[in-house]
Design a protein around this ligand. Structure first.
Ligand SMILES: NC(=O)c1ccc[n+]([C@@H]2O[C@H](COP(=O)([O-])OP(=O)(O)OC[C@H]3O[C@@H](n4cnc5c(N)ncnc54)[C@H](OP(=O)(O)O)[C@@H]3O)[C@@H](O)[C@H]2O)c1
Length: 258
């Protein structure tokens, strides 16, 4: 049977690696992001490299109607995805009161509301298979508040909490829900967040998007609830969960200081 994976934010970074690795595991891929040209080139590359179908749909997921349009696109193609990957997202670095409000709200919409709406729209399609999966991409920022990435970290905490609750609600169904929480990863993320000043430091800790995607998919197919790639990231999440709040806040307030 033809298996399909729907991946948001598939044009670069972690999403691109997830798409390649799903294609190498025999999944046809449904790619979405805003950049139509990038998606077109990438779909052709995937088809040539892995011999699977690679279809694409350009949409801005911070628009309220985009998730429903993406799910209608799947049904118009008579495709019922077996995997939904909610990966599209970005951060904005700076003080909450100094960053542009509309820009922050737009980011928050993509990082949270689009996950809610797309999951709601695609869940009935996923439920039509004997086994299907949702992979939500959160971050190690989910494990504690992060000054200067306040709204980003709060949004990623939402994604983690939502994923765990949904997983429990769906535990007797055929849909398994996992949440991938990467730490710093070598993608365009830091540049878009305005974190170039920390690029040198980040290079020391960055994981590759291929490694993050590989750990994520291994965890997904083992039906793990939470997947944190890399020992250092697992230790930092453990520390954030168990250390007193005052210590955690003190450490994180220094992490992203330029
Ligand atoms: N890199 C890290 O250090 C890191 C760490 C933890 C978690 N994460 C999370 O990992 C996920 C992927 O990020 P990445 O590191 O791979 O960054 P990236 O290379 O910047 O990729 C982000 C992807 O999201 C898409 N996207 C951005 N805005 C969009 C919008 N409004 N509508 C639809 N698609 C949009 C981008 O494509 P277009 O520009 O074509 O739309 C791109 O494909 C994000 O959720 C991020 O929060 C990243």
């Amino acid at each position: 049977m033809n298996k399909y994976a729907l991946i948001t934010g598939a044009s670069s970074g972690i999403g691109r690696s997830l798409a390649c690795q799903l294609a190498s595991r025999g999944y046809n891929v449904l790619l979405t992001s805003r950049s139509e040209n990038k998606l077109k080139e990438f779909a052709a590359l995937i088809h040539n490299e892995y011999g699977v179908d690679a279809l694409y749909y350009a949409a801005d997921l911070s628009e309220e109607s985009a998730p429903a349009r993406i799910s209608s696109w799947c049904t118009s193609l008579a495709i019922l995805p077996n995997i939904l990957v909610n990966n599209a997202g970005y951060g904005l670095w700076g003080s909450f009161d100094k960053l542009d409000l509309d820009g922050q709200v737009n980011m928050h919409r993509l990082n949270t509301e689009a996950v809610i709406r797309l999951t709601y729209a695609v869940l009935p399609l996923l439920k039509q298979h004997d086994q299907s999966y949702i992979l939500n991409i959160s971050s190690t920022a989910a494990y504690q508040p992060v000054p200067t990435l306040a709204l980003y970290a709060a949004g990623k905490s939402f994604v983690l909490s939502f994923s765990r609750a949904l997983r429990f609600e769906l535990k007797d169904s055929q849909v398994s829900v996992s949440c991938l929480c990467p730490g710093p990863t070598a993608t365009g993320f830091a540049h878009r967040a305005g974190l170039d000043a920390l690029a040198k430091l980040a290079e020391k800790f960055n994981m590759s998007p291929d490694r993050v995607a590989n750990d994520g998919l291994n965890g997904l197919f083992k039906r793990k609830a939470e997947i944190i790639p890399g020992l250092l990231n697992r230790l930092s999440a453990f520390g954030a969960r168990h250390a007193p709040d005052t210590v955690v806040d003190w450490v994180t307030s220094r992490l992203y200081k330029v």
